[in-house]
Design a protein around this ligand. Structure first.
Ligand code: ACM
Length: 767
């Protein structure tokens, strides 16, 4: 040991002799999320020290004390003692009084100089009181022994939720996520008083729950062979489900299992084709989108199957609500099925929508044998629903409004507010997501009770839920990125009274929440520097580049080719450049955590002269095709000798396009378009496309690089008026569930000074 530091250690020891004097008083009362119903500040403070005890007055609430003591121990290393008793000094008291006139989730947290009291009429109320208390303390911010005492300002919190349904949904069919991952997020969600986890366990792209009576649901239905030959698979054993259910129970979260019927069911038919109308050979779907092969409601075996599966699910999920899907049911097979037509006649059903209503009503009857209530997506309203059916409104709010006004209970999940697989920032800047645009503020300002709901029907809106569909989430981190903090905004939407909500205030409260999320090693979203829609920015003289973020956060940047740190120059106003620059910019949170870094090539270029070959050209481009499945442009064999044709419009290079059509392997190919593009006037031009490569004047302007091409990419180039060589490469395949021929095949352009793109039309292309 270095002897010279011993006196220094001694001084530190002396300095710490009376740490109580120096410890600050914590006043986190403004930092509770979701914002409580009412907070009254008191006088003085409570001193939490190593001798503070936890008291409970009822055996079942001991479990709650134990639960939180364990959490505190994990984060701080300190274990408090838990004892039965009441009203002693220096204690945290869990007081359950079943006679209190409190609603089920209501609690009161009173902090005085003598003790801390959490009162509720249920364990759930006590649990939420403790979750609030935990947010007052620095436990999540430290991984080491806490230094006592912690002084906590006296206050009194009365709190209860606005809605009883505060949910999160996860699709584990398109991509499977482990039981441990689910548990991690149940734990985090419970901090913010989320109380429903909607587990989307079955869909066309994979069946994910073990059913002992139907083993092929998992031996066949849980495995998907992707178009590139790779496999995706996974399911939860019944033991794993029971563990997750127990874990959720300890956190007062109800799980809502979804068994999607009668559509989204080809993973069932892959193992049990006899449950379809046409009994073909089926494969688990390796494309996103909706499968047209579905369960046959005209066969009794279908109901036997559903009853058997529900009987097993009922042993696993001891909950009131079961979600039976009902969304996106293409009914063509039913129209052509002898059994369905017989059923229609027998039951006097007007059309296939009423066939679905008949089917859902039978499913509901099966559920009711197990004392379960049925929820269905809003499509099931089309043919009519039973009086006891509950609706989850996703296509918008209309279904929910209609259902609530008719007296059905409703959960609001309108995609334009609640689909967290949608982008939360500009899709040109954010990592790949499904589509759409739901920034944090839009979620926060959502009101689950639309004005069209009649006064006496408002009670039918049980609450709202954030949904994450997993087509484009290949990793745990991506789910986290999409979820947080938007689900926390939704927690406040569903818990907090409308008049207590303010977005700016919520943003301030996000700062301590980011620290909690870091404690849980959660990859939450940080708004990215937006503005430029491409990372290649060409200019000819000088340029000014403005940046923004979806909600206020600091941005920092460098112009010397190094990555910015939290201490780099702070962005204040549009950045001006007169020479080529390597610009790197990122956002920084108050806790110093940085977003990913945007690297922009701001490039001064001379205008590229037009081609001298401007005569003898004809309209259109030459097209050469090479059949086959190619992941990248480099995989395509030499195509120089392939036969060529002329196309008049760029769109003609995709002969198969229309959304929802059957994607056929015989259409997989590489397409090469060659010719010239006629540029209307001198200037810097931006181009945008979903094609793999676009070359202009022999420069690779657009290079998608990844086989999955869902949204257009953009880039810029300085061009002289006149004709320039143009080459486009387009690979038609299925990449990670997305069929390229669903893309709109076009090339768009705009001048740098313009906002809107125009199509490169038939008057602009020559060969
Ligand atoms: C849904 O998004 N198909 C419910």
């Amino acid at each position: 040991m270095n002897l010279r530091i011993i006196p220094l250690l001694f001084l530190i020891f002396i300095g710490c002799k009376n740490p109580e004097k120096s410890s600050p008083v914590i006043d986190q009362s403004l930092n509770i999320t979701p914002k409580p119903f009412n907070i009254t500040k008191g006088k003085g403070y409570f001193k939490l020290n190593g001798n503070t005890s936890f008291l409970y007055n009822d055996e079942s609430s001991k479990l709650i004390a134990d639960f939180f003591i364990e959490k505190i121990k994990t984060s701080t290393g300190h274990a408090f003692s838990v004892t039965k008793g009441n009203d002693i000094k220096n204690s945290i008291q869990l007081i359950k009084e079943t006679t209190l006139n409190f609603s089920e989730e209501e609690y009161r947290l009173s902090i005085s100089e003598d003790n801390i009291k959490i009162k509720a009429s249920t364990d759930k109320g006590l649990f939420y009181g403790m979750q609030t208390f935990m947010q007052l303390l620095p436990f999540y911010t430290t991984n080491s022994q806490i230094s006592f005492p912690i002084k906590i300002k006296a206050l009194d919190i009365e709190d209860k939720p606005r809605f009883s349904w505060r949910g999160m949904h996860l699709d584990v069919s398109r991509h499977f996520f482990s039981a441990d991952f689910i548990k991690k997020h149940l734990d985090i969600l419970s901090l913010f008083k989320i109380n429903k986890f909607h587990w989307h366990l079955t869909d066309d792209q994979g069946w994910r729950v073990e059913i002992k009576k139907y083993p092929k649901l998992t031996t066949i239905g849980s495995k998907r062979k992707n178009a590139d030959g790779s496999y995706h698979q996974g399911f939860y054993t019944q033991e794993e489900i029971k563990e997750v259910v127990q874990y959720a129970k300890e956190r007062f979260i109800d799980i809502v299992p979804e068994f999607d019927t009668p559509g989204h069911a080809i993973a069932i038919l892959a193992g049990y084709p006899e449950l379809s109308c046409d009994q073909k050979e089926y494969k688990v779907r390796n494309l996103w989108g909706v499968e047209s092969s579905i369960l046959c409601p005209g066969k009794e075996e279908t109901y036997t199957f559903i009853e058997d599966v529900i009987t097993e699910l009922a042993t696993l999920f001891p909950y009131e609500y079961y979600h039976m899907g009902g969304d996106e049911v293409p009914k063509d097979q039913w129209e052509n099925s002898i059994e369905c037509q017989k059923l229609k006649k027998r039951e006097g059903l007007k059309d296939e929508k009423e066939v679905q209503s008949y089917f859902m009503a039978r499913v509901e009857k099966i559920l009711s044998k197990h004392h379960k209530k049925m929820i269905g997506w809003d499509e099931i309203l089309e043919g009519g629903i039973t009086a006891t059916t509950n609706i989850m409104s996703w296509q918008g709010e209309e279904g929910g409004i209609k259902a609530a006004n008719e007296g059905h209970d409703v959960i609001m999940t309108p995609s334009e507010y609640c689909y967290f697989n949608f982008y939360q920032g500009d899709f040109k800047t954010e990592p790949l997501a499904f589509g759409g645009y739901i920034p944090l503020e839009k979620v926060y300002n959502y009101d689950p009770i639309p004005k069209e709901i009649e006064e006496d029907k408002k009670k039918h809106i049980l609450g709202a839920q954030g949904n994450v569909w997993s087509e484009y989430t290949y990793k745990d981190e991506t789910i986290e990125y999409l979820l947080y903090p938007r689900i926390i905004a939704l927690a406040e939407v569903t818990w907090t009274q409308k008049e207590n909500k303010k977005f700016d205030d919520f943003l301030n409260r996000l700062n301590p929440i980011y620290t909690i999320l870091d404690y849980y090693k959660t990859n939450h979203h940080i708004p990215l520097p937006e503005g430029p829609t491409s990372n290649t920015i060409v200019f000819t003289d000088s340029i000014s580049i403005p940046f923004t973020t979806t909600h206020p956060v600091k941005m920092v940047y460098t112009i010397n080719g190094t990555n910015p740190t939290q201490n780099s120059t702070v962005y204040k106003e549009p950045l001006k450049f007169t020479k080529t620059t390597d610009l790197r910019i990122a956002s920084v949170l108050d806790n110093g955590k940085m977003s990913s870094i945007r690297k922009l090539n701001v490039t001064k270029e001379k205008i590229i002269s037009a081609s001298s070959k401007t005569t003898e050209l004809s309209k259109g481009l030459t097209m050469k095709e090479v059949k086959g499945y190619f992941n990248t442009v480099n995989d395509v064999p030499d195509h120089t000798n392939a036969s060529s044709s002329i196309i008049k419009k760029i769109e003609e290079s995709n002969t198969t396009y229309h959304w929802g059509h059957e994607v056929k392997e015989e259409n997989f190919r590489a397409v090469f378009l060659d010719g010239y593009i006629d540029i209307p006037e001198d200037g810097v031009y931006y181009f945008s496309s979903t094609q793999d490569q676009v070359w202009i004047a022999d420069q690779l302007v657009l290079d998608y690089k990844t086989p999955l091409k869902k949204h257009p990419i953009e880039s810029s180039i300085a061009l002289q008026k006149g004709k320039h060589k143009l080459k486009i490469v387009y690979l038609n395949n299925i990449a990670k569930g997305w069929a390229t021929d669903w893309n709109t095949i076009e090339l768009k352009y705009r001048k740098a000074s313009e906002v809107d793109y125009k199509a490169v039309n038939e008057d602009m292309i020559y060969h």
